[in-house]
Each structure stands twice: as C-alpha cells, then as structure tokens.
Design a protein. Structure first.
Lengths: 176, 154
C-alpha cells in the first residue's frame, strides 16, 4: 500500500466510519462501504476482515475526492505557464474513474491538475509509473512506463469496457 | 503595500536580436516550478505542457525563469536539464517516428525563450503540435530528466 499523501481531514464519510467503529454496528449497515447484507452464512470474522479491507481502500480515496473538488477553484494561468483550469466535463470523468478504481481497489497515489488543461490521476509504485489524464478537450489518455523504457500511451474511450481495460492494464503494470 | 517594479535584466530583452537555432547537446535548459509540480521525487508529466516553454542557457541565467517585474514567480524554484536530455526520438501512433528538437522562440522580454518541437516524415516536417499520443509520450519520457537547480519554497 502506498503512503497517504496528505493528512486525512474529517468528512461525513469518515464520521460515519468513526460512529460505526464506536458502536460496532458496521455489520448491520448494508450500504456501508459496499458490504453486502447477503453474507449471513459467513463468519462474522470474515465480515470484519472485508470491512477493514474496504475501509483501507476508502481511506485512500477520500483525500483524492476532496482534492478533485478543490481543483474546481483553480484560476486561468494557475501553473504560471498559461494553463487552463480543469473544466467540469474533465472533473466529472475523473470522478467516474475514481469510483471505478475504488470499486476494484486500484489505488492512485495522487490526482493533480494538468497543464494541458484537465486532471491527471497518477500511480507511482516503485519504478513503475502510470497515469490517466482527462483533458478539457474531452479526450482521455493513459500512459504506463517503467524506468528508461519508452512510455506506452493509449486513448481511453468513454465506455465501461475501455475504462475497465485501462484500469486492469494499469493494475498489472504497477503491480509488476 | 505598493512596491516598485524590479528592473528586468538587459540580457532578457530581445532588443532586435534574431533567432539562433544552434543548440549544443550540453546546453542547459531551465524552467520554473512549484513544490506541487512534484509527486515525491517525480516531476509530474501532467505539469509539462506541450510544447514546453524553457529558457536556454546560452542567453540567460537560471534565475531568469523566476524573474517578473512584480514578483509573481517569487518562491518558485528552477529546474534544469540538457538539450541532449530533451532531444528524444519516440514513436507516435500509426508508426510515425517523431524526433524532438529545441527551437529558439525569442520573446520581446525574454530573448532566451525556447520550446521543444517535433519533426517527422520524409522529407522532415517541423511542428509544435505532434499528435496527442506522441505529445503524451514525450511529456512522460522527458519529464524525468528535470533536476532541481534551485529549490522552490512555495
């Protein structure tokens, strides 16, 4: 697991988690962190393990989602080299990508505004780098690279299949 | 508080000088950055817009990239790399090979201003806008060559 880049500030979701931990009622909250209620036949210990696995993933995504919200406040020329701020369409696509990544527990290390105009989701694991860049133009491009190799770049269409394939390709790359 | 504008160094002014497209491989290129342009030790490719804007060593001092009359770039740091670092050859899509080269693009108040352009095809054509696949490949590959010369404080 990568280190969390920024301190986690409180949010309604974190408060829910804290309340659930205090009251130990997380096993009864079906929608909470995606835990299914159809597991009554399984041992409570398994629920607990799954709960904490989901919790660990969630805690990585909360600061990223908060950072995405803040990117809406950037002004033109925010990078001092004339960049446009990320537009709403790019931020919406990143929001969707974050949800997809969260659902399969592929954890980005950061998100950032792109000087090309847009938002980039980055993955840095050791010597392996990947990112997905959602541009203001409506295009989404992904890249993987390791060390001094030539980067591999591909365009990501706005379909569930293309997004899932991109996430899987990045998961395999950063896990190598 | 009102402060007097700083004086731009005379070396930065174009003052009628023409372009000079001769770059040696060892010539250094500079650009400014802020702390957030890095993720850990990585200079973020997302912060490296194409065509990248740089100052060339032959006609500037490193700190020129953070000069402004009113201090807008105070606290920015300076990154450097060499012409050789940035002169990459990469494949775009459709098996088109791109060679990336520095171009001297003087500005009125920044004579050393340069960019990286691409050449492709036979006979070679020069462009500041190669296709999107080549641009992203280049930004990713080239960004790792930048080293911190002067650390940013913001």
């Amino acid at each position: 697991m990568p280190a969390i880049a920024e301190p986690i500030v409180t949010s309604p979701e974190i408060e829910d988690i804290q309340i659930a931990l205090r009251t130990s009622d997380y096993l009864n909250q079906s929608g909470f962190l995606g835990i299914s209620r159809n597991r009554s036949h399984e041992a409570p210990e398994r629920h607990l393990l799954e709960y904490f696995a989901d919790l660990a993933v969630t805690l990585h995504f909360i600061p990223l989602e908060q950072k995405l919200l803040k990117l809406a406040q950037l002004q033109p020329n925010w990078d001092t080299y004339g960049a446009d701020p990320p537009n709403a369409a790019a931020r919406t696509r990143v929001d969707r990508l974050l949800a997809e990544l969260r659902s399969v527990a592929v954890i980005p290390t950061d998100i950032t505004a792109s000087s090309e105009g847009g938002v980039a989701i980055s993955f840095i694991y050791g010597n392996n780098y990947a990112d997905i860049e959602c541009l203001n133009s409506g295009e989404t491009l992904a890249v993987t690279v390791s060390g001094d190799e030539e980067p591999e770049v591909w365009e990501v269409n706005d379909t569930e299949t293309a997004i899932a394939q991109t996430i899987e390709r990045i998961r395999v790359h950063v896990a190598a | 508080m009102c402060t007097s504008p700083r004086n731009r160094p005379s070396r930065m002014l174009r003052d009628g000088r023409t372009e000079d497209q001769e770059f040696s491989p060892a010539e250094r290129m500079y650009r400014r950055y802020t702390k957030d342009d890095f993720e850990g030790e990585y200079f973020r490719p997302a912060r490296f817009r194409f065509p990248p804007s740089l100052n060339r060593q032959r006609y500037s001092e490193p700190e020129d990239v953070v000069f402004s009359e009113h201090g807008e770039f105070d606290g920015c740091g300076v990154l450097e790399c060499t012409v050789q670092d940035l002169s990459l050859q990469l494949m775009g899509d459709h098996e088109v090979q791109y060679s990336f080269i520095p171009m001297h693009v003087p500005e009125h108040d920044n004579y050393s201003h340069s960019e990286i352009w691409a050449t492709f095809g036979d006979p070679p054509s020069r462009t500041s806008e190669p296709n999107k696949i080549a641009r992203k490949k280049y930004r990713t590959a080239a960004s790792k060559f930048f080293r911190v010369r002067t650390a940013a404080t913001k």
